[in-house]
Ligand binder design. Structure first.
Ligand code: ASP
Length: 322
């Protein structure tokens, strides 16, 4: 059996969120991810560190980047991977989340990678199964691997996270990406601000330790990173913005608004993008400043590191622990 790189740094059996992780744990995950980046650029991308292990991707919500990159990550590490989506599973026949989880658990997977539309559902599931669980996005709560891949992208470009000024802009209210990034960036010593209309901010946003702006020019002033968020219309019931046109006019990132940021500020977006709603094509496709495709590339390396880490932690302990 192949030996996994020893990483005693991670005492958790699951990866459910960024909140509560220590700076050292985050740095070690990023360092391990870094070690996969070069490998992923070679002709032979396989490193069979997880040979013999089984991973099930269980997605109750649609996904392009996250599901594909978890699948690639498993294959590159030599694990067996099964993809289950709601449309083809017994959930369509009325099976509950926990019954589905227990059924899959009985097949002895090593990891369940789970995406679910309800905040907290992935944690609940992790309490019922014997294997490790990785949260691939739960409602508007957390998306830990997205924040890690964003951090890896930033760290590779700017050589640090500490002291950077990061503006997270747009639909913060519905965004698990925003929440995970705020936790990660604050833990790593960056200065985070959010820029959004009042209607798209959670009421207790101050408690997350961010500065708040309702004007793009003010919020972007002097920032190193401009992280745009998708307007998540599928999570909205009611009118949160007057119109898409008006939203783009005041909060959509274009060259004029970007001029307030530092000249070498990076443009980020977790995808999928709504061009002409939260971001203008001219800046999204600006190869000098937009790192949106690099984020996708880093996603594979980060997911390899996360799979390796939770499996190693569980195997070291003999069983998954919270
Ligand atoms: N893909 C990210 C997520 O699943 C961002 C988004 O959908 O806007 O949260």
């Amino acid at each position: 059996m192949n030996k996994i790189v020893s990483n005693t740094f991670f005492p958790h059996g699951h990866l459910l969120g960024i909140e509560g992780l220590l700076a050292g744990e985050i740095s070690s995950l990023l360092d391990l991810s870094e070690s996969h980046v070069e490998q992923n650029r070679q002709a032979n991308k396989k490193r069979p560190l997880l040979q013999g292990r089984t991973v099930i991707n269980l997605f109750f919500e649609s996904s392009t980047r996250t599901r594909t990159s978890f699948e690639l990550a498993c294959k590159r590490l030599g694990a067996d991977v099964i993809n289950m989506s709601v449309s083809t599973s017994a959930i369509k026949k009325g099976e509950t989340l926990l019954d589905t989880a227990m059924t899959l658990n009985a097949m002895h997977p090593d990891v369940l990678v789970v995406r679910h539309p309800h905040s907290g559902a992935v944690k609940l599931l992790s309490e019922k199964v014997a294997c490790s669980v990785i949260n691939a996005g739960d409602g508007s709560h957390e998306h830990p691997t997205q924040a890690l891949l964003d951090a890896l992208t930033i760290r590779r470009r700017k050589k640090r996270l500490q002291g950077l000024r990061v503006a997270i802009c747009g639909d913060v209210l519905h965004s698990r990406v925003a929440r995970s990034n705020i936790h990660l960036l604050n833990t790593m010593g960056a200065n985070v601000c959010v820029v959004a209309p009042v209607t798209l901010l959670p009421i207790d946003i101050e408690r997350l330790g961010v500065e708040i702006f309702h004007d793009m020019a003010q919020g972007l002033k002097g920032c190193d990173i401009v992280m745009m968020l998708r307007l998540q219309r599928e999570r909205m019931n009611g009118n949160f913005i007057p119109s898409l046109r008006e939203y783009f006019r005041f909060f959509g990132l274009d060259a004029e608004k970007l001029a307030s940021a530092k000249p070498d500020a990076l443009i980020m977006h977790p995808g999928p993008m709504n061009r002409g709603v939260e971001i203008d094509s001219e800046v999204a496709d600006d190869i000098a400043r937009s790192v949106i495709h690099e984020q996708v590339e880093m996603g594979v390396a980060v997911r390899m590191a996360c799979l390796e880490t939770v499996i190693q932690a569980a195997e070291t302990k003999g069983k998954a622990a919270p």
